[in-house]
Design a protein around this ligand. Structure first.
Ligand SMILES: [Zn+2]
Length: 449
């Protein structure tokens, strides 16, 4: 068995692995490069393999950096099936269609070439095949099994077993502790090799109780000072976690009522998908839903689907909370709110997710006092706060614990999907703490198992 590390290697976006045996060729994920100046070019470069020769794709989850180049694969002649859970198919459909709209917009405004067409997207959706957690899929001489990764709704890590050969697991992205909606990451089986994400390979998140306290505090302060709280949130998972916790705080009357605007069509649609599959919730959330509670809705919440509805938020009285995408602030409706509120000393921007290098979110997170948003130069007078525990990613401690609690320790570990420092730090931690062979591969590296 041969594995080639083709994307999200020593960086966090563009996930792509090629797994080959003598008779079978499978890809794990086919994601888009995002948030960097060269990303557009990287996405357009031809794949280092012929898409026609690939038998199937194993998709871990619906984030764009894992599924965003699937239509490009189809455009290149890929005819096989794309396997993932049903919620992932529904969410990936939203994500890919949204990506196409953004690219078509950019083409109209700036002439930037689009990566694929509507027809390619439609063909992609036709090639999806749903498979539930712990069900086996046979592809040539490989048996492939998705397991619950607990990262976002429907997310999976894949275990792959070659007939009379080695086994390998691809972690995809692994979930953080303490999700109020998702189940915890399933136990890793005994496999020969593990390819594991390392987004937070060198960091430890604050704990969940701090998270709820911080959210409560920032909401209370917003009400007290008649402020504006702007929360840039990823449309899938982070938004729903925040809505869930706000719903909880309001129901328990732990915070005073405040108007909340969910200003993201994608997040509104993703929330609907999550409501459709309560069987994927953890026990607590499932029981709540079964009791008739709408987990993601509360008095004071307004969903603004259209642009016109979105504009009314500007005139809405304070205090108010605005949740909008994109999560890293490099696009989407959040930018309009940032132009308006970043210079306002009574506003707060609450960062609840990973901010990759080169994004506006990263600049704000790092404390920059002047930034450019939508071609405008803006002074940053708003408070910039962050709550790391909302991350949908496991931190170093959880990553190590997950491997430690596997049915057996893998013989080899490869740390990917993390910036260089994080990937190398995690590999070093595995070597020192678990005494296993662990490395951080370089882009294009190939290993034989
Ligand atoms: Zn992800």
């Amino acid at each position: 068995m041969r594995i080639s590390f083709l994307g999200a290697i020593r960086e966090v976006t563009g996930s792509l692995y090629l797994l080959e045996t003598k008779t079978t060729r499978v890809l794990v994920d086919c994601g888009m490069h995002q948030g960097c100046s060269t990303c557009g070019v990287q996405n357009h470069i031809d794949f280092p393999f012929d898409p026609k020769t690939i038998h199937a794709v194993l998709l871990t989850h619906a984030h764009l950096d894992h599924c965003g180049r699937l239509p490009k694969l189809i455009k290149g002649g890929f005819k096989g099936k794309i396997y993932s859970t049903l919620p992932t198919i529904k969410l990936a459909t939203l994500v890919i269609e949204d990506a196409l709209h953004i690219m078509e917009d950019e083409y109209r405004r700036e002439g930037t070439p689009v990566l694929y067409s509507k027809e390619d997207v439609e063909a992609t959706l036709d090639q999806f095949e749903a498979v539930d957690y712990s069900r086996d899929v046979t592809i040539g001489d490989l048996t492939c099994r998705p397991r619950d990764a607990g990262h976002i709704f429907g997310s999976a890590f894949w275990e792959v077993y070659q007939k009379n050969g080695p086994s390998v697991a691809f972690s995809g992205d692994l979930g953080n502790r303490g999700s109020r909606i998702l189940r915890t990451t399933a136990q890793l089986s005994a496999v020969d090799a593990l390819i594991i994400e390392s987004t937070y390979g060198n960091r430890i998140h604050e704990d969940e109780s701090t998270r709820e306290l911080k959210l409560r505090e920032v909401l209370e302060n917003t009400v007290k000072h008649k402020g504006v709280l702007v929360i840039p949130a990823f449309a899938i998972d982070r938004t729903q976690q925040i809505l869930f916790e706000m719903n909880d705080l309001f129901e328990k009357k732990l915070i005073p009522p405040i108007d909340v605007y969910l200003d993201s069509p994608m997040a509104i649609k993703a929330t609907d998908v999550m409501k459709e599959f309560p069987q994927y919730y953890n026990n607590e959330a499932r029981a709540l839903a079964a009791s008739g509670d709408d987990l993601f809705d509360f008095p004071g919440l307004t969903l603004t689907m259209s642009r016109d509805e979105s504009k009314t938020i500007n005139e809405a009285p304070r205090p108010k909370v605005i949740i909008a995408g994109s999560g890293m602030m490099n696009g989407g409706r959040i930018q309009h709110h940032l132009v308006r509120y970043l210079s306002d000393p009574h506003a707060t921007v609450l960062i609840v997710g990973y901010q990759s290098e080169g994004t506006l979110g990263r600049e704000l997170h790092d404390g920059k006092k002047h930034v450019k948003v939508l071609q405008e130069s803006v002074n940053v007078n708003a408070a910039i706060l962050s709550i790391g525990a909302y991350s949908a990613h496991a931190d170093q401690a959880k990553l190590v614990q997950w491997v430690e609690e596997a049915a057996a320790l893998p013989k080899h570990i490869y740390c990917t999907h993390g910036e260089e420092g994080a990937a190398v730090a995690l590999a070093t931690r595995f070597v020192q703490h678990l005494k296993v062979d662990a490395t951080a591969p370089h882009p294009g590296d190939t290993i034989e198992l």
